[in-house]
Design a protein. Structure first.
Lengths: 136, 204
């Protein structure tokens, strides 16, 4: 009997340990901290630039300084001619990973796996006990 | 080792195997195979349509990936980079207001998120799935709509962002859709996914 209990505990511990390991590994992904690139309040900033955003392309080109808060170092290319009035600096940052969007599905899989392991273990213990009881 | 112990170990091994298999789902569904061009930038001759007058885009529709979203205006950040929609507005795209409006001659630039961390998927989550010939429709403030056909979809490293291809002058009305893609890098992505499209028709 003691053996049976110990075996059941071993199975349960194994299932729990193995199922939690992937969760720890995923926890190493970066925390969802406020992303600097995406945190810029674009929408709220727009009204202040409202007048400069008037739909007159020629004005945008001749008054690039008024159109946007260009820093003193002028990191962007401001062009007098050209279809894009001000060429932004660098590449757009349009993705924040932080928490994996698939974490919910992942959690379900882990939970399901653990449950399956426990069921399998329980079934094994049941069979063993039955056999021992019947003396097989 | 008794038969009982053998069975117990066998069961434990099976349990480990089961859980181990279930614990590693294929979550990198968006990760592109790496930098590189999935199709050339300007390969497709699209029947040119007459350019439209200037009118700000208010809505963007991409039927192939079930996108139908409002469009906000985007300017420049203090560091000179282009602003992107706030993470709380991850379901919206943004038009770069220093580029032509959709339908005007020149490259009109629209940006959107691919994912936004805890907020989930961005509006351009599946941009990389688009193909040459897919349709994009920008609805404009004046009530008209500009329809574009995709000419190329490129995935490029951010370090080698093709500014000239994206922002450079062109001889016809074109559209650029930009988001992030490729392998995850820190809390962002290594690459950009850029969709190039050309105006095919305009109407109300």
């Amino acid at each position: 009997m003691r053996r049976t209990v110990l075996s059941a505990m071993t199975l349960a511990c194994t299932a729990v340990l193995v199922s939690t390991a992937p969760a720890f590994a995923d926890g190493k992904t970066p925390a969802p901290r406020d992303p600097s690139s995406a945190a810029t309040p674009a929408q709220s900033a727009e009204p202040s630039r409202g007048p400069a955003a008037s739909p007159v392309p020629s004005q945008q080109r001749t008054r690039p300084g008024a159109a946007t808060p260009v820093p003193k170092q002028e990191p962007t290319k401001t062009r007098d001619r050209g279809q894009v009035g001000v060429i932004p600096r660098g590449a757009p940052n349009t993705g924040v990973t932080a928490k994996s969007s698939g974490s919910d599905a992942e959690g379900q899989l882990i939970g399901g796996g653990a449950a399956a392991a426990l069921v399998a273990g329980g079934a094994a213990v049941f069979v063993v006990r039955r056999r021992r009881a019947t003396g097989a | 080792m008794t038969p009982f112990s053998r069975r117990a170990f066998a069961t434990a091994a099976m349990a480990s195997l089961l859980v181990g298999c279930g614990g590693h789902p294929a979550r990198q569904t968006t990760a592109a195979s790496g930098s590189g061009t999935t199709s050339p930038p300007y390969p497709t001759p699209v029947k040119a349509a007459r350019p439209l007058g200037r009118s700000v885009p208010v809505r963007l529709r991409i039927p192939a990936i079930d996108v139908d979203t409002p469009v906000m205006r985007l300017g420049l950040a203090p560091d000179g980079s282009v602003r992107v929609p706030p993470v709380t507005e991850h379901d919206q795209a943004g038009w770069y207001q220093h580029s032509p409006t959709p339908g005007q001659t020149g490259p009109s630039v629209i940006l959107g998120h691919v994912t936004v961390g805890e907020y989930g998927d961005g509006v351009f989550r599946h941009l990389a799935r688009l193909h040459r010939g897919d349709r994009i429709v920008a609805r404009l403030e004046n009530g008209t709509a500009a329809a574009f056909a995709i000419t190329a979809v490129r995935t490029v490293a951010k370090a080698d962002f093709p500014a000239d291809d994206v922002y450079g002058d062109v001889s016809r009305p074109e559209l650029r859709l930009i988001t992030c893609g490729g392998p995850r890098s820190g809390d962002g992505y290594r690459d950009n996914v850029i969709v190039f499209a050309a105006l095919t028709s305009a109407g109300s």
